[in-house]
Ligand binder design. Structure first.
Ligand code: HEM
Length: 420
């Protein structure tokens, strides 16, 4: 791990953006602990060379919450303070097609645009509405396990953790079944390309194809509307000035991507964590009413999003004893805040019955995850159904061969062969 105790602004303490360290991939939490020991606000190298700016890792719960809630001092939209908003991201400059990285979504704008965009879809994600989807989510979980039950083994990622959320969000939006395998390819590229300073031509190509696909999907739905979220957004767009076509296409790309990638990781990584902690797995199997609490603990312990999206300081400000300058890049380390020893007793222990008053796996403030109620229900149903139907769940390969996909934003299990 490339870490020194150098904490002078401008000098490299460590580079969290590199995914080449085996230790970082296997266990980022050891690194987060080291970061916390260096401070609540730690200087890290700016991910782009030649920029006269400082980047900061925010490592503790209190300061992370402060950054995520103080929208006056921290913005998600660098163009609002005169910094190029494309800043080293994967873009498709030669194309007019809106892509996840080039166009504005609710995640990348401040108020009042953020509120306008979020309100247009928020009804479809209220806990009450999402609760009404429970029977269908249950059906999908059962159908997936029916397919493998007689084989006695499966790849938990390919056969269960991935298809469950993509099928749920696709049905909500009205994405055809036949396209879902291709969406996986694009989404994996998108997950790899998230973050600053990560230009990659392959990711750019995939992003353009994803944008073109969503544009075609919208055109098809205009001709043949149905009772789904895409058709609902088309009505709003055609009504007048609440939503532009570009905003609609980037919103849909965001919902398709965010609606499954992270939840797949919750189910995949969560299962791996349970298999790694047989005592906790036994406890859960013997009392499945603990599943909702276990989902919260798995989100805290090893949630899908290690960091929130980057923020930029809108003016000079002191934070955690450090002098932040206007335009500095701020990275809230959610995974570190969720292991903050001043907030949790024995934070590195997995305790599925832990009482958690607050964790940051879904972020905080106005950008708090829109899909949290959906993710919680999917997690609840996924773990309950799996453990009820396959109580002998176990690794079918040596533990050391289970491989991770690493990205600082989200770490996921590539494949998890299990027997039952
Ligand atoms: C376990 C699963 C999930 C996790 C851990 C997760 C995590 C997060 C986090 C940390 C944020 C805030 C990012 C920031 O502040 O920079 C966020 C925002 C968001 N998430 Fe999720 N998410 C999950 C599932 C979902 C699902 C199922 C959807 C459904 C569509 C979704 C849609 C969104 C959207 C639209 C935003 C942007 C909200 C805004 O900017 O107002 N997420 N998510």
């Amino acid at each position: 791990m490339n870490i020194s105790d150098q904490t002078t602004p401008g000098e490299a303490a460590f580079n969290p953006f590199s995914g080449d360290s085996a230790a970082l991939v296997e266990n980022p939490f050891a690194l987060f602990e080291l970061l916390r020991s260096m401070g609540a606000v730690v200087p890290i190298p700016f991910p782009l060379p030649g920029m006269d700016r400082q980047a900061w890792a925010i490592t503790r719960m209190e300061e992370v919450v402060q950054v995520l809630k103080d929208h006056a001092h921290f913005t998600v939209d660098p163009s609002s303070i005169g910094v190029n908003s494309l800043l080293g991201r994967n873009t498709a400059e030669t194309s007019d097609t809106p892509t996840f990285f080039t166009s504005k979504t609710m995640l990348s704008v401040d108020e009042p645009d953020h509120r306008r965009l979020r309100l247009l879809v928020s009804k479809a994600f209220t806990p009450r509405y999402i609760e009404s989807l429970r029977p269908r989510v249950q059906e999908i979980a059962d159908e997936l396990l029916d397919r493998v039950q007689d084989q006695g083994q499966m790849d938990l990622i390919k056969d269960y953790a991935y298809p469950l959320p993509i099928n749920v969000i696709s049905e909500m939006l009205g994405v055809p079944h036949a396209d879902r395998a291709q969406i996986r390819v694009w989404s994996e590229a998108l997950a790899r390309g998230l973050g600053i300073g990560k230009r990659d031509p392959e990711v750019t190509t995939h992003m353009r194809a994803f944008g073109e696909y969503v544009t075609r999907l919208v055109a098809d739905k205009r001709l043949q509307p149905a009772d789904d979220l895409i058709s609902h957004l088309i009505v709003i767009e055609e009504e007048g000035d609440r939503l532009s076509e570009t905003e609609m296409i980037s919103m849909l790309t965001l919902l398709i991507f965010a609606g499954h990638e992270t939840t797949s990781n919750l189910i995949g990584t969560g299962t791996l964590m349970l298999l790694d902690h047989p005592d906790q797995l036994e406890r859960l199997k013997s009392d499945l009413s603990l599943v909702p609490a276990a989902v919260e603990e798995l989100l805290r312990y090893s949630g899908p999003a290690n960091i929130a999206g980057p923020r930029f300081a809108t003016e000079d400000i002191e934070l955690g004893g450090q002098q932040i300058k206007k335009g500095d890049l701020i990275i809230p380390f959610l995974g570190s805040a969720n292991h903050d020893e001043s907030q949790f007793t024995q934070p590195d222990e997995l305790d599925i019955a832990r009482t958690i008053s607050r964790h940051l796996a879904f972020g905080q403030g106005i950008h708090t995850c829109l899909g949290a109620p959906l993710a919680r229900i999917e997690g609840d149903i996924a773990f309950t159904t799996l453990l009820k139907r396959m109580p002998n769940l176990r690794f079918s390969v040596p533990r050391e061969s289970v491989a991770w996909h690493y990205a600082l934003v989200s770490r996921s299990v590539a494949s998890l062969p299990v027997a039952f």
